[in-house]
Design a protein around this ligand. Structure first.
Ligand code: GSH
Length: 218
């Protein structure tokens, strides 16, 4: 049995998306981010990223964590690579060259996209208004210009790997999504916008977004 620790309103969403696309049975154990709780150590606090039992699974104290047949794994994108390798199917790699390309775009998402797009999400949406910095948004948009131009060129030809939707699309779509609160970052990138809309229109994604919206926000 696959167990995923996390909540939909977190980077666990990308793993839930992969699990749903693969049609795998899994158990989702809710683990709340500690920073969303007034007192994560309170006796009545929900299971959270500072709970001792969770830190035993992931000393980094972050969600998601996957557990399957004794394998305990943190890092959302590593989890998706593992799931794709172990359970295969069309969203995984057909051969070692595809596996390498999936790794390439997953690392591109983690290094070139996510730090910048996450800064946009934080400073346009998630931080309390008095802590937001529009200067950080401007810097992030500028830093995304080149990687977005790369994606625009690649996605004009179709999916990044194998001409079909794979876990590379999930890694890229879920990190590019964080930049959506800055529509100006997508100017001059019609293929990137169309590809993202198509990814987000997939039935599995619609399903998990509905579940995310139904999840208590705290
Ligand atoms: N690089 C990690 C980042 C994980 C991460 O930062 N998760 C956040 C939620 S999206 C978290 O668990 N924060 C908990 C905390 O700071 O207490 C991954 O992709 O899994």
């Amino acid at each position: 049995m696959i167990t995923l620790y996390g909540v939909h309103r977190s980077r666990a969403l990308r793993c839930i998306w992969a699990l749903e696309e693969m049609g795998l049975a899994y158990r989702l154990v809710p683990v709340m981010q500690a920073f969303r709780l007034a007192d994560p150590a309170a006796p009545d606090a929900p299971f959270n990223t500072r709970s001792a039992d969770f830190l035993a699974l992931n000393p980094a104290g972050s969600i998601p964590v996957l557990e399957e047949d004794g394998v305990v794994l943190a890092e959302s994108l590593a989890i998706n690579l593992f799931l794709a390798q172990r359970h295969g199917g069309p969203i995984g790699a057909a051969d070692p060259a595809e596996a390498a390309r999936i790794a390439q775009w997953t690392l591109f998402a983690a290094t070139e996209i996510e730090p910048r797009s996450h800064a946009i999400l934080m400073n346009r949406v998630q931080l309390p208004p008095d802590q937001r910095s529009e200067a950080k948004v401007v810097d992030a948009i500028a830093a995304l210009r080149r990687p977005f131009a790369v994606l625009e060129q690649v996605l004009a030809q179709g999916h990044p790997v194998g001409g079909r939707f794979t876990v590379a699309d999930i890694a890229l779509a879920e990190t590019v999504r964080y930049a959506q609160p800055a529509p100006e970052a997508f100017e001059g990138a019609p293929h990137l916008k169309a590809w993202l809309a198509a990814c987000q229109a997939r039935p599995a994604y619609r399903t998990i977004l509905a579940r995310r919206d139904a999840e208590p926000a705290l």
